[in-house]
Design a binder for this molecule. Structure first.
Ligand code: NAD
Length: 365
């Protein structure tokens, strides 16, 4: 019996799973525990109407189990819509391992995790996410076939980040076509926030096209490395959001469009790789719309990575990966126009297309 509610912030936590704020009719949540290896993981299967639930495994030192649960619920839901809008026959899933990937990830723990994935008989297929590397997936592959993102030497499609970046670049070009009437990015001012695996490849695409690129990151060494390689400028100011720019590309963390930044953003377009860029999908999506800022939905334009790993399941090659990734351009244009016609946010327009694909498959079943 619940005898005490500590504060209102805790209220939503009264119901352990189905009552969570991020719970959205997920099909199955699997809690995995192994005393010997110290594994504590949660696998979230949001929806399998279109196919097996595919999504990466994130290892993170969560402040609490609630945070881990909410993360897996939110991320697995996002995967459902990402695959649906991209036209892949995949459902949405994700896994989180609670712990510090730098100090607590051992081969034994990863193998045990792989066994849990295997126990779901292919309903969930894992891949890489934050805290994971291709070599971890290679290890998981030794205990289950239900894993993607394995190395090219082992027959996989390798690092998905350059493809993710290329898809973001396509989405950005489509947004430019919509906003400026041309998709040529030469001389356009673009701020790339976060120049990790995806951000760096995006910088490469942009500088090849002649865009005027500014980069920002919390890692100074990396900033200098990328600046010297691509002849781009390091942003030296205090508040990137207020700078006048054509395109803001969030490629670090999610929720950078939030109550504080939404009215500061001085860009004409937002198009980047980070997941869950809008802190509040409806509210902030609408505020951007009212300010005339074109937002290219994150889950649509950052789908290159999943297209890349899907190749391992469907056995298609590089050419098809590129073709599907380039199609992000057409889908983005379609969604931006649909949002305008219906007077809704671009995020909502993308969600509606994804949901209708799932509903159509459900009624055919
Ligand atoms: P990464 O870890 O390689 O790079 C992230 C970069 O952001 C790092 O250089 C980090 O120093 C920087 N960073 C962190 N906090 C920052 C801050 N406050 N301000 C500026 N920079 C900051 O990650 P990645 O693989 O390049 O992914 C980038 C984003 O794209 C993530 O949100 C990820 O979830 C998303 N994403 C990645 C892929 C993929 O294929 N890798 C696919 C889909 C979505």
């Amino acid at each position: 019996m619940i005898t005490e509610v500590v504060n209102t912030k805790e209220l939503h936590k009264i119901d352990p799973v189905f009552g969570q704020l991020s719970f959205d009719n997920h099909e199955q949540i699997v809690f995995c525990n192994d005393k010997d290896t110290g594994l504590k993981a949660i696998i979230g299967i949001h929806n399998t109407v279109l196919g097996p639930a595919l999504g990466g495994t994130r290892m993170w030192n969560y402040a609490s189990e609630w945070d881990a649960l909410n993360d897996v619920l939110r991320l697995s839901r996002g995967m459902t819509f990402k695959s649906a809008i991209t036209g892949l026959n995949l459902g949405g899933g994700k896994a989180v391992i609670i712990g510090d990937a730098k100090t607590e990830k051992t081969p034994e723990l990863m193998l045990r995790f792989g066994e849990f994935v295997h126990s779901l008989s292919g309903k969930y297929i894992t891949a890489e996410d934050v805290g994971m590397e291709t070599k971890d997936m290679d290890l998981v592959r030794t205990v289950t076939p239900f894993v993607t993102g394995i190395s090219e030497e082992k027959g996989g499609a390798g690092n998905p980040s350059p493809i993710t970046a290329y898809g973001v670049f396509m989405g950005m070009k489509a947004a430019a076509k919509y906003k400026f009437g041309t998709d040529v990015l030469e001389d356009r001012v673009v701020y790339v926030q976060g120049i990790g695996n995806v951000g760096e490849s995006l910088v490469e695409n942009l500088s090849d096209e002649g865009a005027k690129v500014y980069i920002s990151d919390i890692n100074q060494e990396r900033l200098e490395e990328v600046r010297d390689k691509y002849n781009v400028e390091i942003y030296g100011g205090r508040n990137l959001y207020t700078e006048e720019m054509d395109i803001y590309a969030p490629c670090a963390l999610g929720a950078t469009v939030n109550d504080t930044t939404v009215n500061q953003i001085n860009a004409k377009i937002i198009a980047g790789a980070a997941n869950n860029q809008l802190a509040d999908e409806q509210k902030h999506g609408m505020m951007l719309r009212e300010r005339g800022i074109v937002y290219a939905p994150d889950f649509l334009i950052n789908a290159g990575g999943i297209i890349n790993v899907y190749a391992e399941l469907e056995d298609y090659g590089r050419q098809e990966i590129i073709r599907k990734t380039e199609n992000i351009y057409n889908t983005t244009l379609e969604i931006l126009s649909k949002a305008e016609e219906k007077g809704i946010t671009t995020h909502q327009a993308a969600l509606e297309i994804a949901e209708s694909r799932i509903e159509a498959r459900k009624s055919r079943k």
